[in-house]
Design a protein around this ligand. Structure first.
Ligand SMILES: Cc1cc2nc3c(=O)[nH]c(=O)nc-3n(C[C@H](O)[C@H](O)[C@H](O)COP(=O)(O)OP(=O)(O)OC[C@H]3O[C@@H](n4cnc5c(N)ncnc54)[C@H](O)[C@@H]3O)c2cc1C
Length: 403
């Protein structure tokens, strides 16, 4: 096989790339090792509207379960803040259908997609990346040659590593997660987030509402906490233990049924130090483009797919697939915009994880929905000053947010 671009992974990053690149006339083939796109689901399925709207997409009714109008954020003592900002429109998806729909949009534009095809290696000639080796269902691999290789492989990113991208994760920068789909759960179409070190050390419990009185009920906690206690881990700190404890103490769910049960990991650290090299790009969660506060990566994957596809189009126009060109059109604009936003959110995560439950309770007792809205937009100064007036001892922790 000989194509313009080979994409590894048919998640939201890979299929968004494929849709836009194919629409502009590039010959794109996407390989995914799974037998079915989007299945099995390993996701809370929450998605804000912004990136979808920006890309001019309209979600068909079958790809989402419910519409979301806001969030309910709950502190350790049960303090509740309801937040219905105008930017809080979104959905709880049915990822199985959403991912397949994105793939169908790409094939409509002429992209080729092959499931049950695992990329097992890269091909180099005189040190230059010229393609990948692909195995269909474990059979003898065949060669695919391409001018550009795009890794959209999600968390594992093994091919990207073979290309030379530094994709290894540190445990400290990963959240380990567990989730059930549960029924019945009566909700108000709000995303619910529960905080507290007893509830979810360095993390939170989420309840994402779904149709038919269902909900995705999940937890993410710092993966470094689940290691050996002698190495600083907390005894019993696996996410399922904490999630089961939460559900057992939570009246509206404690007798509900579980319809789906799974675990997963997600990056909550800094993005890769490098997304581009000659003839190759890494996009989406493979590039650790994930929100460090809530671990959301769908919108960021779609955004990276969009930007990198435009970089590929430029590279083909200029017949130049060098790192310099790909950096100029994809990596640089990303780092100057979304990259800066994520840097501030990573700082916020590092600050928040130093708070004990007394600190958290003080903050939850004093913060308003408007303050929360500002924090989510990265405007920390006013809110931090307000907290410090009432609890000056927070200075050593929150001070970092003032600069
Ligand atoms: C428990 C959990 C809950 C989450 N909840 C949310 C949420 O509510 N909202 C949100 O926005 N994000 C959430 N995320 C994160 C979100 O799922 C990811 O950020 C998002 O799927 C990233 O999209 P992607 O296209 O970059 O990668 P993925 O969706 O991971 O797609 C990568 C694809 O590459 C394929 N692949 C990998 N290696 C190869 C190979 N060698 N050859 C061929 N194919 C390969 C995989 O099979 C996969 O289909 C959650 C993650 C977890 C673990």
């Amino acid at each position: 096989m000989d194509v313009d671009v080979v994409v590894i992974g048919a998640g939201p990053a890979g299929t968004t790339f494929a849709r836009i690149a194919a629409q502009h006339g590039l010959e794109v083939v996407v390989f995914d090792k799974r037998k079915e796109i989007g299945n099995p689901v390993r996701c809370g399925e929450g998605l804000g509207a912004r990136e979808v709207v920006r890309q001019g997409l309209e979600l068909p009714r079958f790809v989402y379960s419910t519409e979301i109008y806001g969030a309910k954020v709950v502190g350790p003592k049960g303090q509740t803040i309801i937040w219905r900002g105008k930017d809080t429109r979104g959905w709880v998806l049915e990822r199985k259908f959403f991912d397949k729909w994105l793939a169908e949009l790409a094939t409509d534009k002429g992209a080729k997609i092959k499931v049950y095809h695992r990329v097992v290696d890269v091909i180099r000639e005189n040190g230059k990346l010229v393609g990948v080796k692909v195995s269909h269902g474990g059979r003898e691999p065949f060669d695919v040659r391409a001018k550009l290789i795009v890794s959209a492989e999600g968390m594992e990113a093994l091919t990207a590593r073979k290309m030379g991208f530094p994709t290894v994760h540190r445990l400290y920068d990963v959240d380990t997660c567990y989730e059930y789909e549960m029924q019945p759960y009566d909700h108000e179409n709000l995303i619910e987030l529960y905080f507290g070190n007893e509830i979810a050390p360095r993390g939170y419990v989420w309840i994402f509402p779904k149709a038919n009185r269902k909900a995705n009920v999940g937890i993410g906690i710092g993966a470094h906490l689940t290691t050996n206690v002698k190495r600083g881990g907390i005894k019993g700190a696996d996410p399922k233990f904490f999630l089961d404890k939460f559900i057992g103490n939570f009246e509206p769910l404690k007798d509900s049924n579980t319809l789906l049960d799974f675990g997963g990991v997600i990056s909550v650290g800094a993005p890769l130090a490098k997304f581009t090299m000659d003839n190759a790009m890494v996009i989406g969660t493979a590039a650790k483009q994930v929100d460090p506060i809530h671990g959301g990566g769908i919108a960021l994957a779609m955004e990276a797919g969009f930007l990198s596809a435009h970089a590929a189009i430029k590279a083909f126009e200029e017949k130049n697939f060098s790192e310099k060109t790909l950096y100029k059109y994809y990596e640089k604009p990303w780092r100057e915009t979304t990259g800066k936003k994520l840097q501030r959110r990573l700082l916020l995560r590092k600050v928040l994880e130093k708070l004990n439950d007394d600190d958290l309770n003080f903050i939850f007792d004093n913060i308003s929905a408007d303050d929360l809205d500002k924090v989510m937009k990265g405007e920390y100064a006013g809110v931090v000053k307000k907290m410090l007036v009432g609890r000056p001892q927070l200075m050593k922790v929150l001070g970092a947010l003032l600069s």
